[in-house]
Design a protein around this ligand. Structure first.
Ligand SMILES: NC(=O)c1ccc[n+]([C@@H]2O[C@H](COP(=O)([O-])OP(=O)(O)OC[C@H]3O[C@@H](n4cnc5c(N)ncnc54)[C@H](OP(=O)(O)O)[C@@H]3O)[C@@H](O)[C@H]2O)c1
Length: 317
């Protein structure tokens, strides 16, 4: 299967940008449908990348743009709904329905779909994980046999401009006081964004990945507390971490969930009730050796935004 051009939803985000730079290096063109092209116009300077404003939920408006696309990649996801109580359903389920209709109408037979580790339509502990599971199942539903779907369920993803290490770095820097940490024992296997992008690129053309769902993890498992301590260490900061018990963790989520931007919400707290680790790391099945945090995180933590961009380009993704 030859892929010359892909249509990407969510291509302007953290994972999308890393994936696009790999697609560029493979000579694959990207059509990025976005809510706001001016906000992401830096992407347009990359060879073969086209940005178009589109209501991605409206199949009729996106189908005419899909001429010449060989595959569809859906990376859209949100961590909080804000005031839109249907936000998760829209972004994680209704959008998948629109994507499948668009693929069907435009005759696109390859779809890569981004889900999340622990996404589960039956037992998802949070609305984020429940709706991610529902969307993933919808993508793999046998009702559209002509669309070959592969989905990806990563643990937390790191890399320059991530919103995990960078967020903790900001919080630790801004608050020179004991740091109250919710759910400190939840375990993660952080995966490098470059490895996630490689997994997408590999599966694009490999028929043996059609219909598969890949759990993606990094090489090591850490508690959240260990990762926050690691972040402080990288920044050269001495911060006492105050481990919040379950009740205090929930209370923190209730309070921060009411603040603008919802830095931590009840739904986030519920997602943290399950460890984000792989029973089996499917990244290895794809022939990709997972990158350790030590090889990447020290290169960007503590750098300015501009330095982060440079570092990202130097890392080749
Ligand atoms: N980052 C992680 O640690 C992690 C871990 C597991 C799974 N994932 C999944 O991986 C995917 C990509 O994550 P990311 O970190 O790259 O996310 P991101 O940086 O927030 O980017 C997501 C993109 O989706 C689009 N988007 C966001 N909200 C939308 C909405 N309500 N309606 C339509 N479009 C919307 C935005 O594109 P425009 O602004 O251009 O429209 C945005 O650039 C998501 O599905 C996420 O759930 C991420």
């Amino acid at each position: 299967m030859k892929i010359s051009k892909v249509c990407i939803l969510g291509g302007s985000g953290f994972v999308g940008r890393n994936l696009i730079s790999k697609l560029v290096s493979k000579g694959i063109q990207s059509l990025v449908l976005t809510r706001s092209p001016p906000q992401h116009k830096d992407l347009q300077v990359l060879p073969g990348v086209q940005l178009l404003a589109a209501n991605i939920f409206d199949t009729k408006t996106i189908v005419p743009h899909l001429a010449g696309c060989d595959a569809f990649i859906n990376l859209v996801g949100i961590l909080n709904e804000g005031s839109n109580k249907q936000g998760f359903k829209q972004a994680h389920v209704a959008l998948v329905d629109a994507v499948i209709k668009a693929c069907r109408t435009a005759g696109i037979s390859r779809l890569l779909h981004m889900s999340a580790l622990n996404a589960n339509q039956d037992q998802g502990p949070s609305r984020y994980l429940f709706t991610k599971g529902e969307g993933e199942n919808l993508a793999h539903k046998p009702s559209h046999p002509h669309i070959n779907v592969t989905s990806f369920c990563p643990s937390v993803i790191f890399g320059a401009n991530d919103s995990f290490f960078n967020r903790f770095a900001d919080l630790l820097t801004l608050a020179p006081i004991p740091f109250p940490l919710a759910c400190p024992d939840t375990r993660f296997a952080p995966i490098y964004v470059g490895d996630v992008a490689d997994a997408f690129i590999h599966t694009l053309t490999h028929h043996d990945t059609f219909g598969r769902r890949f759990n993606l993890c990094g090489p090591r498992v850490f508690t959240l507390e260990a990762l926050v301590n690691y972040t402080a260490q990288q920044l050269g900061l001495k911060r006492k971490i105050v481990r919040l018990n379950d009740r205090a963790s929930r209370l923190q989520a209730e309070i921060l969930g009411r603040m603008p931007g919802q830095p931590f919400s009840i739904d986030n707290y519920l997602s943290l009730q399950v460890d984000s680790v792989c029973q089996h790391n499917d990244l290895l099945d794809l022939g990709i050796a997972p990158t350790d945090i030590n090889d990447i995180v020290p290169l960007y933590l503590g750098l300015t935004q501009r330095q982060q961009r440079l570092s990202r380009w130097r890392q080749g993704g």
